[in-house]
Design a protein around this ligand. Structure first.
Ligand code: ASP
Ligand code: MG
Length: 421
C-alpha cells in the first residue's frame, strides 16, 4: 500500500484534475490511500467567509460562500457527465452544512466557526475528484475523514487521538480496499467526539497523509507538488537553486526549523517512527526524479540555504548594568510564550540579550513594551537572516557581500548570519 497526497495546486483546475487521473493510471493495480487538499486558494477564500460571518456581516459571508460554491459547481460541470448529478447532490449536502451554521449569530469562539466552515474546502475537492475518477474508470471509495480522524477540540490546531483513530483506520478504512484499490479522502481535517469538525493547522494535509501512512504501515508516502524536487534554496530568491534528490528525516526537520518551506514539519515524525520513505514528486512531470527522504545517513549534502526576510532584532539591556542572568532570560521566554513569538536566533551577552524574530509588528510592539519593564529595549527592523547548512567559506563570502553583518553564529554544520542590506 502507498499513500499519496495531492496538494491544492494539483487540483486547481479542470485540466489539473484530469492530470491527477493520468498520474493514477500509472499505478493501476496498486492499493493507494489518497489524501487531497482543497482546490487552489479555496482555504483562503473560506477564511474570508468565516471572518465576515464572525464580524456579524452575514449577507457578505453568504455572498462570499456563494462564490466558492459556484466555482466548485462549475468545475464539476466541466469534469463530469454521468456522475454530475450525484456529485451535485453530495456538494449540496456540504453547502447546507455551512449555510445552516451561518444562519444563526455566532455565539462560540472564532476558531470553532473557522473549522466548521474551512473544512468544507477539502470535502468539496475530494467529492469532485472522486466522482471524476470513478467516471473515467479509476474506481475509488470516497470517505469523509471526519469519521476516521478523531481529535480534541483545540480548534484550528487540533491534536489527533491516536488510539481511537488507529482503531477506526483498521475497522473502517482497511475493509474498503476489498471493494476498490483506491480510498480517497481529505487532508487537514478531522472531528471531535461530538462530531464537530476540526482542522490540523494550515498546510496540514502532508501531516494527515503521514498519519495514514503510519497507521496503514504503508510502503511509502508521495507528496505530489508543482516543483521538480526539494531544492537547496527557494528558487524565487535564488534562481540557481539546485535540486536535492536524497535527504533524510533529520535534515528535513533541521531545514524546517530554520524556516525552509519544504514539508509541514509535523509530517516527518509519523514516517520516521516506522521508517517509511517520503517521496516528493512533480505532478506536472512525474518522470522527473524528485526527492526521496529516508532514515539513512548521507555522506554528502550540498549547502542548504534559507534566507528569511523581514526580520527584526530586539536588543534588551539590563537597566542597571547588572548581568543578564537566568531570571531575566526566564522572564523573556515567558513573554515569548505568552505573546506567541518565536525567536529565530538568540544571543546572551553580559548586559544584553539579543533576539531575532519575524516582524509581526503588533506582537513585536507588545513584546517590546512588556520587556521594557525590566530592560532598555532597542528595536532594529528590515534585517535578513541567512542560514546555511553544510556551508563552506566560498558560498558564505558570496552571500554576504554588500551587506553589513550584525550577528553571526556557527556550529560545524550550520552558520547563521544576521545582515543589513
Ligand atoms: N487546504 C489547507 C491549506 O491550504 C490544507 C493543506 O493544503 O494542506 O492550508
Ligand atoms: Mg497546500
Amino acid at each position: 500500500m502507498k499513500v499519496f497526497k495531492f496538494g491544492g495546486a494539483s487540483v486547481n483546475s479542470v485540466e489539473r484534475v484530469k492530470n491527477v487521473g493520468e498520474i493514477l493510471k500509472q499505478f493501476s493495480g496498486e492499493k493507494l490511500l489518497i489524501v487531497i487538499s482543497a482546490m487552489g486558494k479555496t482555504t483562503n477564500a473560506l477564511e474570508k467567509v468565516v471572518q465576515a460571518f464572525y464580524d456579524g456581516k452575514k449577507e457578505e459571508a453568504l455572498q462570499l460562500f456563494e462564490q466558492v460554491k459556484q466555482q466548485h459547481l462549475t468545475t464539476a460541470r466541466y469534469l463530469l457527465v454521468t456522475r454530475y448529478l450525484a456529485c451535485e447532490e453530495q456538494l449540496r449536502d456540504f453547502f447546507t452544512e455551512v449555510e445552516w451554521l451561518m444562519h444563526d449569530k455566532p455565539v462560540r469562539e472564532y476558531d470553532y466557526y473557522y473549522d466548521q466552515v474551512v473544512c468544507i474546502g477539502e470535502l468539496f475537492s475530494t467529492a469532485i475528484v472522486s466522482q471524476y475518477l470513478n467516471e473515467i474508470g479509476i474506481n475509488n471509495n470516497w470517505t469523509d475523514v471526519r469519521d476516521i480522524i478523531r481529535t480534541d477540540d483545540n480548534f484550528r490546531d487540533a491534536n489527533i487521538d491516536w488510539e481511537f483513530t488507529l482503531a477506526k483506520v483498521h475497522r473502517s478504512i482497511i475493509p474498503l480496499f476489498d471493494e476498490a484499490d483506491i480510498v480517497l479522502t481529505q487532508g487537514f481535517i478531522g472531528a471531535t467526539d461530538e462530531n464537530e469538525s476540526t482542522t490540523l493547522g494550515r498546510e496540514g494535509s502532508d501531516y494527515s497523509a503521514a498519519v495514514f501512512a503510519n497507521m496503514l504501515d504503508a510502503e511509502s508516502q508521495t507528496i505530489w507538488k508543482d516543483v521538480e524536487s526539494v531544492m537547496n534554496a527557494d528558487p524565487r530568491q535564488f534562481p540557481d537553486a539546485q535540486p536535492i534528490h536524497e535527504l533524510n528525516y533529520n535534515e528535513v526537520i533541521e531545514m524546517a526549523y530554520y524556516g525552509a518551506q519544504v514539508i509541514h514539519p509535523k509530517t516527518i515524525k509519523p514516517l520516521q517512527n516506522k521508517g517509511i520513505p517520503l517521496y516528493v514528486k512533480c505532478f506536472l512531470n512525474p518522470d522527473l526524479e524528485g526527492t526521496v527522504i529516508h532514515s539513512r545517513s548521507l555522506k554528502y549534502l550540498p549547502p542548504i540555504i534559507v534566507l528569511k526576510e523581514n526580520q527584526v532584532m530586539l536588543e534588551m539591556s539590563s537597566k542597571d548594568f547588572s548581568f543578564v542572568g537566568e531570571h531575566h532570560v526566564g522572564h523573556l521566554y515567558h513573554l515569548f510564550e505568552k505573546l506567541k513569538v518565536k525567536p529565530n536566533l538568540t544571543q546572551n551577552g553580559a548586559i544584553s540579550f539579543l533576539c531575532v524574530m519575524d516582524d509581526r509588528t503588533e506582537r513585536i510592539e507588545k513584546l517590546a513594551l512588556e520587556a521594557s519593564v525590566l530592560f532598555d529595549v532597542q528595536v532594529t527592523k528590515g534585517l535578513l537572516l541567512l542560514t546555511i547548512r553544510h556551508y563552506n567559506e566560498d558560498i558564505l563570502r558570496n552571500m554576504i557581500k554588500e551587506t553589513s553583518i550584525l550577528l553571526r553564529q556557527q556550529t560545524p554544520e550550520t552558520i547563521q548570519v544576521l545582515m543589513k542590506k
